[in-house]
Design a protein around this ligand. Sequence first.
Ligand code: M6R
Length: 593
Amino acid sequence: MCGIVGYIGSKDAKDMVLTGLQQLEYRGYDSAGIALVHNQEVKIYKDQGRVEHLRELCDFAFCSHLGIGHTRWATHGVPNKINSHPHISNNGRFVLVHNGVIENYKKIKYTYLNEYTFYSETDTEVVANLIEYFSNQGKDTRDAILMSISELEGSYALLVIDQKDPNKIYFAKNKTPLIIGVAYDGVTIASDVIPLAGHCDQYVGLEDKTFGYITKEEIHLFNYFNKEISLKMKNLDLKNNEFGKGDFDHFMLKEIHEQPSIIRHLIQEYFDKEKINISPEIIKCIKNCTKINLVACGTSMYASYMAKYYFEKLCNIPSEVFVASELVYSSPLILDKPCFIYLSQSGETADSIAVMKKFMDKGYPSIAITNSVASSMAHLATYHLDIFAGKEIAVASTKAYIAQIVVCAILAKAVSGQKTNLKNNLSKAALAIEKILEDKILIKNIAKEIVDATNVFYIGRGIDYWVCLEAALKLKEISYIHTEAFSSGELKHGSIALIDRGVPVIAICTQEGTNSIVRSNLIETKSRGAKDFVFAMESMSEPSDDFIIPNVAHYLAPIVSVVVCQLLAYYVATLKGNDVDKPKNLAKSVTVE
Ligand code: M6R
C-alpha cells in the first residue's frame, strides 16, 4: 500500500510531490515524508501523520527541482518518524522511498549487511543499505541498484536518489504499480496516474521487474538482464478536476451521488441500441467453460455473489465465489474447463493478482473486471472489462460495487444470448437511486438512532443477504461499530444469543420470496429486545417500515438497496466525527498480501 511520487523538472518539486502525495493518501496515511534536492544536497523531512502535517514541516522558501515523497500504510514497524520514508543508507548516500513488502529482508540483513546499523523497523532500510553495499564494491549506481533488486523477494516500487549525483531519480518496480508521466516541463513518477493528471500529456505504466532512471529530459528503462527497453507511451486524458470533491463534504458522499450517472454511462458503453457490446472472445471464453470461479476481496467479493447469481440464473453455468487471500494458498478441485473472473476496483489488489498469476500459470483463462485499464490486473489478464466508475478515492468502496454488479449483469445477459430488457431496467434503477438520494435526510435520521450502538446486525436472505454483507462492511469500516451480516434464517442457530436490549437489527427486504420470512426472523430478534429497522422495496413495504426502496427489477435490487446502507454508514460515521474518506487502519489499494 503506501503511495510514492517523484518529480524532476522546472516546476517546484516540493509542491509537485506534496500535492501528488495528498492525492495518493487513499493508499495510506499514517506517516509521510519527502526528500528534496537543494544546491546538490538532499534534504529530508518526515513524520508520523498526514501529508498536511508534512506540508507544515516544509514551510521553507527554497525551490527544488527534484524530489521524492512517500505516504505510508505501515507494514513493518509502527507509524512513527523513524519508520517513515525516505530512508537513507548508512553513509547517507542513497535516499529511498518504497511501496511494497520485501519478504526476505531479514535474510538480506544477515547475508550482506551484518556491519550495518539499522535505525528503523522497516524492510525498506535494508534496500537502501544493500544498494550502498554493492556500490561500495565498486559498482556504479545503476548496477548497484540492479544487483540489489535481483536479491529482493516480494513487492516493491522504489524511488532512489544518489546524493553523489542528485540529478536523477532511479526507480525499480515489481508487483506494485509505478507510472511515469511526461510533461513539457518535467517528469513525474508515481504509484497512480492521479498525480500525473492535469500536467502530464503522456504516461507509461511500468512492467514488473523493470528498473531505470529519469532525468528532466530523459527516461531510461531496463529489464533485469540490463537490456534497455523501449517505452510505450500512451496519451493521458485526465483532468485534475476529476479528482476533486466538488460541492460535497467527502469523496464518499460524492461517489455515492455519482452512482446513477455511472449506471447510465455503463448503458452507453455496453449497449448499442438493444444489442450488448462485449468482445466475442470474452463471451466465447465464458460459454466454453463448465464452471466460473469468481475471485475477489472485500466489497468486490460481495459484488461477486451477484455475479454468481447472474451467471447461474441466466447462463446456467455453475459459479463459485472465492476469497482471493484464501484461494492463493489452497488447491481447490478444478474440473473440466473453468474460467476465472476477477473483480477488483483498483486492479492492484495483491491477493487477487497472486491468484490470477497462479491460475494463469496453469493455463486457465482470466477475465479481469476493474475500474482501471492501466492496472496490473487489466494488464495481466487474458481479457479485461472496464467498469467505468471513474476514480474512486474514498477508501470505502461504493460506486465500484454497483458498477461491478451492473457489468456482470450485462456480461451474463450477453453470454445467455437472451433477449433483454436489462437496459430499461438499469435506467429505472438509476432513477430509483436518485429518489433515494433525494430522501437521504430520512437515512440521516436513522443514523442518529444507531450512532451510539456498539453492535449492529444486518439480516436478509438470498440476494438481500449478500447486500447485508456489503452493508455491514461499509458500516464497520467507517463507523468502527462492530457490524455483522446474518442470513436471517441462521440467527437462531447461535447468533441470536448476541441480541440484547437496544441492539439495532436492520432487515433488508426486497425479494418477494423471502420478504415475509425475513420479517418473521426480525420479530424474533425484536422479542429479545432488538431495536428493529426495515428497509423494504415499495411493492412489499409495510406502513411501519423505516425506509421504502423504490421498485426495481428484483435482480437489480442490490444496486439500489445498497445505496440506503452506504448512506447510513456515511451518516453514522460523520455523526461520530470520523474521517470518512480515510478510516483508521485502512488503505484503498491493498497491494500487500
Ligand atoms: O480494489 P479491490 O476492489 O480489489 O479492493 C478490494 C478490497 O480491498 C476493497 O473492496 C475493500 O474491502 C474496501 N475498503 C471496501 O470498502
